[in-house]
Unconditional design. Structure first.
Length: 195
């Protein structure tokens, strides 16, 4: 149990440092010091810094999947209300960190996709898994009559996730959630067209 707690602590601290500094700039020594773990212990828990990066990805993907399930599969609300709740919670998270963190997966994708096939493949899988939640929610909205017309819901889900990630990136650059709010307004008022 103690081993798991220290490993989890390294992942938590590492995620925080990586989201702020980037993966390559994040120093193992800083992570160990901040986590309060002895300096020689890193390689006891992780085979390499790359292995550590993959552990961070898995941890974040698991947390984000929980958030997707909690919002997009919450049948107390209609499908498009669930979708709106998901985006509203993302905007609130960005406001709470003064638009500095962004999405860890988006940050890592920008930094590492061109440099590591292993990271690129895993990040691509994570985004594909997330897309499925949007596909399911949009399919439910179509069945509930909230989305009209003949639509390619898989491509719409890809567009929604890609646009959301882009809006998060712009929010970081501008230090404002306005790009995220603009995306949500355009999605609901012009693309999904609901009253």
């Amino acid at each position: 149990m103690k081993r798991t707690n220290k490993r989890d602590q390294l992942i938590r601290v590492g995620s925080h440092i990586v989201v702020q500094q980037g993966f390559k700039a994040a120093s193992i020594n800083e992570i160990l010091t901040t986590a309060g773990v002895p300096k020689g212990s890193f390689y006891y828990y992780f085979a390499s810094k790359e292995d550590f990066g993959l552990a961070i990805i898995e941890d974040f993907a698991r947390q984000y999947q929980h958030k997707l399930e909690k919002t997009l599969r919450n049948e107390q609300f209609s499908p498009l209300i669930r979708l709106r709740h998901f985006f509203e919670s993302g905007i609130a998270e960005m406001e709470s960190c003064d638009c500095t963190n962004g999405c860890l997966m988006g940050n890592l994708a920008q930094e590492l996709s061109a440099q590591s096939e292993l990271f690129r493949d895993r990040l691509s899988q994570v985004f594909a898994e997330w897309e499925q939640y949007f596909v399911e929610c949009l399919q439910s909205a179509k069945l509930a009559g909230e989305i009209q017309g003949d639509r390619d819901l898989k491509n719409l889900a890809k567009f929604v996730l890609s646009s959301w990630e882009g809006a998060i990136l712009q929010a970081k650059v501008t230090k404002s959630v306005i790009p995220m709010e603009n995306f949500v307004n355009i999605l609901f008022k012009q693309i999904l067209v609901i009253d």
